[in-house]
Design a protein around this ligand. Structure first.
Ligand code: SF4
Ligand code: SF4
Length: 506
């Protein structure tokens, strides 16, 4: 057994929160049977929606690619069971808070037959880095920590800069969420195997698997799996239980003591961070030949009868998943996809589980927070901000809609962790104010980019029309010149003829 190491950097701010994870981790991972109907959104990743490859009435097999990625940040979607496509239509999706988005609806045939032609594990060691990364894209693998950024794209970006460290994120610091904890407890060997594949894809020699100190079983299982793998490139790191130590930049700081520069990425500190669930999905695709068609999802909160972690086929509706775990309690009031700090409340439980659905949290009425009062400049919010921002200043500039000051004070670095909200004695909804202000900045950037594109198009058209006008003027002059020279010749011809000169003398 490899003992976890503790030589850690420090995290500024953060909060020790009630974990609320015991009820969901009390039982083993459950595997939900395939539901009658599967709804697969085409927007399950960071980029543009995937393009459907199947039509209504078509029969599909489990693992068959049914929609292709359409750009750098897009990823394919695979059927999560066998059956018939009954619709390609808008359906409520979590990414749009329950508003409709394009989906492929499959009626299960109850046979769950797998697509053929994928027998046997892939000898990934024999593949070039590019081939391995392309393989991961084909498997529809995206970051399962919540951002759903396509893994192949992240690996490709990391290859274009000097990095020396892969960090597997098993920190899972947000209250209520325990899917990664259960995955590490019960599928630690897959996490370790996935890390080895990712190291090959990156051609990097060091991987830290970071796990919070409040997950002793996961730490033990991972230590055993690492011992069995006997791969000295991988090390287990235990990090303190504090929210939000699992945020990427904070984790890099904690694990390596390297600082990610303001506005930068972990790659600027020589690191790439991948979620432990992503590593397990990579293993499943390369060794078991199963693309990303299921994930572990936590179902929890006072609004569900039996909190637990469930291996769920993507496309299972939240309504079906909650029914599988025993249904709602009479305290169920608010449905959140994600945790209590960064999750999004949904207007309906018809939304399907997707690649990013780490937690279904059903809460009762929120505790009254008291009236919003003016800022008393106590500085509590700055004390807890893990990014070392000045939330009270940001609030001032957000209210004044002062975009340049907001940028100057680092609003775009805010990770919307919610720590400042929790400590503010004036009950000011700081995080939602910052989220809105960031959205406004993005909109303005978008508008500027659109205006810039329009300006370039206008200038290109103007230049083209100018060139065409010049060409026409030149041509006209040449025609006139030809006409002039022709008439001189004609005159000379007439003169010769009058003089009786032979034609051949011309
Ligand atoms: S915690 Fe609230 S009251 Fe205190 S400085 Fe920050 S915004 Fe103002
Ligand atoms: S929400 Fe933003 S400003 Fe508030 S503590 Fe988190 S990172 Fe800092």
């Amino acid at each position: 057994m490899t003992a976890p190491t503790y030589d850690l950097g420090t995290l500024h701010g953060g909060l020790r929160l009630d974990a609320n994870k015991d009820s969901a981790t009390a039982s083993e991972l459950a595997v939900m049977p395939v539901p009658k109907q599967i709804v697969l959104p085409l927007e399950q990743h960071a980029g543009d929606p995937a393009d459907p490859l199947v039509g209504i009435g078509e029969h599909v097999l489990r693992g068959q690619m049914i929609a292709a990625g359409t750009g750098a940040l897009s990823a394919p979607v695979h059927a999560s069971t066998s059956g018939r496509v009954v619709a390609v239509e808008p359906w409520p999706i979590a990414r749009r808070r329950g508003e409709p988005g394009p989906c492929i609806v499959i009626e299960s045939d109850g046979e769950d037959r797998a697509a053929t032609g994928r027998e046997g594990a892939i000898d990934y060691g024999a593949l070039e880095q590019d081939e391995l990364i392309a393989l991961l894209l084909e498997g529809g693998i995206v970051g399962l920590g919540g951002a759903a950024f396509p893994t192949a794209q992240k690996l490709s970006q990391a290859r274009s800069v000097p990095i020396d460290m892969l960090i597997l994120n098993g920190v899972e610091c947000e209250p209520w969420i325990s899917c990664d904890d259960m995955l590490m407890r019960e599928r630690a060997a897959r996490v370790v195997g996935g890390a080895q594949i990712l190291l090959s894809a990156l051609a990097v020699e060091h991987c830290h698997i970071a796990v919070e100190s409040d997950k002793p079983v996961a730490l033990e299982q991972l230590a055993d799996a690492l011992g069995a793998a006997g791969d000295n490139r991988l090390t287990l790191k235990q990090v303190p239980t504090i929210y939000p130590s699992g945020a990427e930049d904070q984790l890099v700081q904690l694990v390596t003591n390297r600082e990610v520069p303001t506005g930068g990425l972990p790659t600027d500190a020589g690191c790439i961070v991948q979620n432990v669930g992503t590593a397990a999905a990579v293993y499943d695709w390369v060794h078991l030949r199963e693309p990303l068609i299921s994930r572990v999802t936590t179902v929890t909160g006072p609004g569900v009868k039996r909190p637990m972690n469930v291996v769920t086929r993507l496309g299972t509706t939240v309504a079906d998943l909650v029914a599988y775990t025993g249904g709602y309690t009479d305290r169920a009031r608010i449905l959140v996809v994600g945790g209590s700090m960064t999750g999004r409340s949904m207007s309906t439980d018809r939304v399907p589980v997707v690649k990013a659905s780490n937690c279904i949290l059903v809460l009762d009425e929120p505790a009254a927070r008291g009236p919003v009062l003016p800022c008393i400049r106590c500085g509590e919010c700055a004390e807890v901000c893990p990014i070392q921002l000045l939330p009270q200043q940001l609030l001032w500039y957000a209210n004044a809609d002062d975009e340049s000051r907001l940028r100057e004070y680092g609003l775009t670095d805010c990770i919307e962790c919610g720590c400042c909200d929790l400590v503010c004695p004036s009950h000011i909804p700081l995080t939602s104010t910052f989220r809105f202000a960031k959205g406004r900045i993005l909109e303005l950037e978008d508008e500027k980019a659109r205006a810039e594109r329009a300006r370039r198009r206008f200038e290109a058209r103007r230049d083209r029309l100018g060139r065409e006008a010049q060409a026409r003027t030149r041509e006209l002059k040449e025609q006139k010149a030809r006409a002039k020279s022709l008439s001189k010749d004609a005159i000379a011809d007439i003169v010769r003829r009058k003089r009786g000169a032979p034609e051949d003398d011309r």
